[in-house]
Design a binder for this molecule. Structure first.
Ligand SMILES: O=C(O)C1=C[C@@H](OP(=O)(O)O)[C@@H](O)[C@H](O)C1
Ligand SMILES: C=C(OP(=O)(O)O)C(=O)O
Length: 431
């Protein structure tokens, strides 16, 4: 389905932030890896979180859900043997479950999104799991992937590269406590999206798992033979999705309030509040509430985008309307997401009339405070964050933007357009 975004000068109203994707993924996983019954309050509802619900059920967890909570009885360290798992288009779900699959004799991860997740590389995790004793079939590091693990898989000294994705390290941090042996994990090269590993460590600690981490997060000691504790968890609001709402409020005249965004959150994308402030957006952030009173006037900024990886596209969209040239550097791993979020995203921004340049690991935006032309059709590249960010641009374009296949926004934020409509945005679906 396509979305038509018509220029909207003013946004106003209050919304509750969607529930965090990354915490929902982690809480569902640790609840499944525990033996007792856990309760997760306010879990996210999206294609990615549905994919994880489906897979942990396939692996033997029992899930009961009402409007407010999900009750999970886990399979502990003994997932049920299953032939195939379908993770949809969810990268984190795939990578975390590849580690869980190492506990089983043979599991195949199928390739349902050849144009998106099917193109993403998993070599670094494959190599690490092979080093631990698993036998893995794959297509040059990509889906479909068959993992043969079970008794052959052992802890000990493990190396994993962090230069493409932090999810590989997180996956190993979830697996290793369950192995009989103690493990030492060394991160090779670099560690991208390092902040997200903080969320993994926080959730592991909540689940009663002991991990010793070096301060640079490049070395870990994980005692083996541990058990995940069944627990009650509360999912906080989601900064990456809210980043697009806040950017929309920043590029317009606005009076927009977003609730459930904790100031002291470990989500790196919390930084988007500081980015928008640095752009000159009038806003306050107090008691979990962000209040934007936008006047559409923005100035250029320079930021290390790796600090808020899933918020970069929305900040670039805001920078399209800023006075001056903005730079988001250290963002190379955006190329390995649902699409190439540098080349593909900038191609769509250019179609809309933005003046943008790319380097291997940088996005440069020459702002156009006077607005961009719009009046074109945008390809979503199967990427929810491209859809959300291009919508922000469309709200301040001179003519409507049509975003093709915008239903893929449901990967993380199915209510995105409902929330924007509630704030007064002129957005409508067309078949
Ligand atoms: O661990 C996680 O839940 C995630 C880690 C990040 O990926 P990378 O580490 O690949 O940057 C982030 O972009 C993704 O949305 C979720
Ligand atoms: C990159 C993302 O997700 P994943 O890696 O889990 O597919 C995202 O949510 O922007």
């Amino acid at each position: 389905m396509d979305m038509i975004v018509t220029p909207t000068p003013r946004l106003a109203g209050e919304i509750q932030a969607l529930s965090s994707k990354n915490y929902t993924t982690r809480y569902l996983l640790v609840a499944a890896l525990a033996e007792g019954t856990s309760v997760i309050r306010y879990p996210a509802h999206s294609e990615d979180s549905d994919a994880l619900r489906r897979c942990v059920r396939d692996l033997g967890a029992v899930l009961e859900e009402d409007d407010e909570k999900i009750v999970v009885t886990g399979f502990g360290s003994r997932p049920k043997p299953v032939k195939e798992l379908d993770v949809g288009n969810a990268g984190a779900v795939l990578r975390f479950l590849m580690a869980v699959a190492a506990l089983l004799p043979e599991v195949t991860f199928v390739n349902k999104y050849p144009e998106s997740l099917g193109k993403r590389p998993h070599d670094d995790l494959i190599k690490a799991l092979e080093g631990m004793g698993a036998t893995i079939e794959h297509r040059e590091g990509k889906l479909p992937i068959t993992i043969r693990g079970g008794d052959a898989v052992r802890g000990g000294k493990i190396q994993v590269s962090g230069s493409v994705s932090s999810q590989f390290l997180s996956a190993l941090l979830f697996l290793t406590p369950l192995l009989a042996e103690d493990s030492e994990i060394e991160v090779l090269n670099d560690l991208k999206s390092k902040v997200v590993v903080g969320q993994t460590l926080e959730v592991l600690a909540q689940a009663g798992i002991v991990v010793e981490a070096s301060s640079d997060l490049m070395h870990f000691k994980v005692p083996g033979g541990q058990r995940y504790r069944a627990q009650e968890y509360v999912v906080q609001g989601d900064y990456p999705g809210s980043a697009a709402i806040l950017a929309a409020a920043a590029v317009a005249e606005s009076d927009v309030t977003v609730h459930r965004l904790l100031e002291e959150s470990k989500q790196g994308e919390r930084a988007v509040v500081d980015v928008l402030k640095a752009m000159g957006t009038p806003l306050s952030h107090k008691d979990g509430v962000v209040h934007v009173q936008g006047n559409g006037k923005l100035r250029a900024v320079e930021f290390d985008g790796d600090e808020f990886t899933d918020g970069v596209l929305a900040m670039v969209a805001a920078a399209v309307f800023a006075e001056g040239t903005s730079r988001f550097y250290n963002v190379e791993n955006l190329r390995f997401k649902e699409c190439d979020r540098i080349t593909d995203y900038l191609a769509e921004l250019r179609k809309a009339g933005a003046n943008v340049e790319e380097k291997r690991d940088e996005i440069i935006v020459h702002g156009r405070p006077e607005g961009v032309e719009g009046g074109v059709t945008i390809d979503a590249h199967f990427d929810h964050r491209v859809i959300m960010a291009l919508t922000v641009v469309g709200l301040r374009a001179k003519a409507p933007l049509t975003i093709k296949d915008a239903h893929h926004v449901a990967k993380s934020y199915p209510n995105y357009f409902d929330h924007l409509t509630a704030l007064g945005a002129n957005v409508r679906w067309s078949e």
